[in-house]
Design a protein around this ligand. Structure first.
Ligand code: DX5
Ligand code: ZN
Length: 220
């Protein structure tokens, strides 16, 4: 039997009821998910405002899991110190949000966390090939950033395959994460395409059995 690829699962708290954030974090922890995905939005790079580094710090402290900050903010370099200081384990910024992505990645080098870039659906995979030696993770957006609960962009599968091929050609151990509209209907195809991590929000909090949902996304 061909071994199904295993992936990590990260759960976004964006769509949860923030008056019950502690309960949401407990559900995530009990589900067997690997990490918490923090969607940071500034109302400028995306037409929505979510939360900042102080709430991120609270989530890091309360979650008991590694947390990844997905910065959907203009000039993300200005926010690096605050989110590294919040204790995140990974920080991802959008290549579309800065004119100097190499310099931004250099700023994160030595911060002792995983670093990487996020890429909108319309941005070509080729745009991140020059950074493959400077990132731990590339986050491929399968929705337009800014909101949870959107429909998965099917063209993402080809982007995962293209990025996996590019990383293999470059000989880099790249982590490919996919974010937006991920659910039971597309997770197997994403694993087969070469994704290493799946980010889910809405589908997780709608699941009757969160642990079963996470196992299904993992391919367990
Ligand atoms: C969208 C965010 C995603 C989103 C995931 O801008 O980056 O992380 O919240 O949530 P769902 O799974 O609901 O698409
Ligand atoms: Zn996200």
């Amino acid at each position: 039997m061909i071994e199904q690829p295993r992936v990590n699962v990260s759960i976004s708290v964006l769509g949860t009821d923030f008056t019950e954030l502690g309960y949401a974090l407990e559900r995530i922890r009990l589900s067997g998910a690997d990490s918490v995905h923090l969607d940071i939005m500034d109302g400028r790079f995306v037409p929505n405002i979510s939360f900042g580094s102080s709430i991120a710090s609270d989530i890091v402290r309360a979650s008991g899991l590694p947390c990844c900050a997905h910065l959907m903010v203009q000039h993300p370099e200005d926010a690096f110190d605050a989110f590294v200081g919040a204790g995140v384990a990974e920080l991802l910024f959008h290549v579309e949000a800065t004119r100097f992505p190499f310099r931004a990645l250099q700023l994160l080098k030595g911060a002792g966390i995983r670093r990487g870039v996020a890429v909108n659906p319309a941005t070509q995979v080729e745009s991140v090939v020059p950074f493959l030696d400077n990132v731990d993770t590339v986050l491929l957006m399968s929705v337009e950033p800014g909101f949870g609960g959107q429909s998965f962009f099917p063209g993402t599968l080809a982007k995962v395959r293209a990025l996996r091929s590019a990383a293999d050609r470059a000989g880099t151990p790249l982590r490919i994460a996919v974010d937006g509209g991920v659910d039971a209907s597309n997770s197997a195809a994403l694993r087969d395409a070469g994704a290493d991590e799946l980010v889910a929000g809405t589908a997780f909090f709608r699941a009757a059995d969160p642990a079963a949902f996470v196992r299904l996304l993992k391919g367990a």
